[in-house]
Design a binder for this molecule. Structure first.
Ligand code: G3H
Ligand code: 13P
Ligand code: ZN
Length: 320
């Protein structure tokens, strides 16, 4: 059942985080639903701007509708990941999305407010919620000066002001993570003090953590052993997901790790079976491995086992 993102956040707040997983194709969609059902977790499906143009946005929507029929007990929201203003309007108009993300974090504060506010007004008119972003995610390194390091993180006072000015429903904050498979060269932890200060200023306001892939080292080693070249790939400590969730992070975005599973499965399969050329044997392995991966992440996020309680909560809140 596709449900409003906002209501899932209300259930999760302070207890666990919802895994927000990106899809681009059929195999990811199948593995995603299986993994969430096996671990009994509510979740968020993310579609990025790139994913919408990879094939055709209608194909992704059709796959999600089909998965909803195959797994009628699944409880999830559909979210536009890293949208620009026009893509947000397109998703809002489509009536299919539970929420959209407007990412104007590269703009100066005032311009970010202006753009985000326009999207919030359009989205709220249709009952859709909006995730905005403030701060710059990036390769924050432990060996750069404290001043430089903190300059990239979200400023809690600005976050409070930003939410008041825009009326956005959740906020992606820069708290020490970055996108992709090469996040840090040294050891790097989350900035819990920044999360705590933002949560103190914005009580019960859902915070979002992007760039949360953990880049499992065994996965990287297997990829490299099967012909890959991912030297120095490094991610977030997944044991920090739940402590972040307890402090108000309701949504944790994981995409890169799924791509690593895909890469490992396909590299190993064709290395070990050079005579094969069929897409289905590795596709089958990938779906099963991705489902296992999703279930393992949900355990770390605390969302595993929350499905029945979340469904009852959502039904009550929606009067169903
Ligand atoms: O944060 C970005 C997501 O990982 C989506 O990536 O834009 O390549 O689809 P993408
Ligand atoms: P990763 O690159 O760490 O998976 O982050 C994904 C993300 O933030 C999607 O919006
Ligand atoms: Zn992101």
């Amino acid at each position: 059942m596709i449900v409003p993102t906002k209501v899932l956040f209300e259930h999760a707040y302070g207890k666990y985080a919802l895994g927000a997983y990106n899809i681009n194709n059929l195999e990811q969609t199948m593995g995603l639903f299986r993994g969430n059902m096996e671990s009994k977790a509510p979740f968020i499906i993310q579609i990025s701007k790139g994913a919408r143009s990879y094939t055709d946005k209608r194909m992704l929507e059709a796959m999600i509708r089909a998965a909803d029929e195959i797994w009628p007990d699944a409880l999830f929201a559909v979210h536009l990941d890293h949208g620009d203003e026009q893509t947000c309007y397109d998703c809002i108009e489509s009536g299919f999305y539970s929420s959209v993300m407007i990412d104007a974090s590269h703009e100066p504060f005032e311009k970010n407010v202006e753009i985000t506010k326009r999207v919030v007004d359009a989205a709220h008119a249709k009952g859709i919620s909006v995730e905005a972003e403030l701060g710059q995610l990036g390769g924050v390194e432990e060996d750069i000066s404290v001043e430089e390091e903190h300059a990239k993180l979200t400023n809690p006072a600005e976050a409070e002001q930003f939410v008041q000015l825009t009326g956005c429903d959740s906020l992606a904050c820069a708290i020490g993570t970055s996108h992709g498979a090469f996040k840090f060269s040294g050891k790097q932890g989350l900035h819990f003090e920044v999360i705590e200060e933002i949560a103190r200023r914005l009580p019960r306001f859902p915070l979002v953590m992007h760039g949360s892939s953990s880049v499992p080292q065994d996965e990287v080693e297997r990829i490299n052993a099967a012909g890959g070249s991912l030297k120095g790939a490094k991610g977030v400590d997944p044991n920090e997901y739940l402590p972040a969730a307890k402090r108000g992070v309701c949504k944790i975005n994981i995409d890169t790790d799924g791509r690593l599973v895909w890469c490992r499965v396909h590299r190993e399969h064709f290395r070990d079976h050079p005579e094969n050329f069929d897409l289905r044997p590795p596709g089958k392995i990938f779906m099963s491995e991705y489902a296992k991966f999703i279930a393992s992440r949900n355990e770390l996020l605390g969302s595993a086992g929350q499905l029945d309680e979340a469904r009852a909560f959502v039904k009550e809140r929606l009067g169903l």
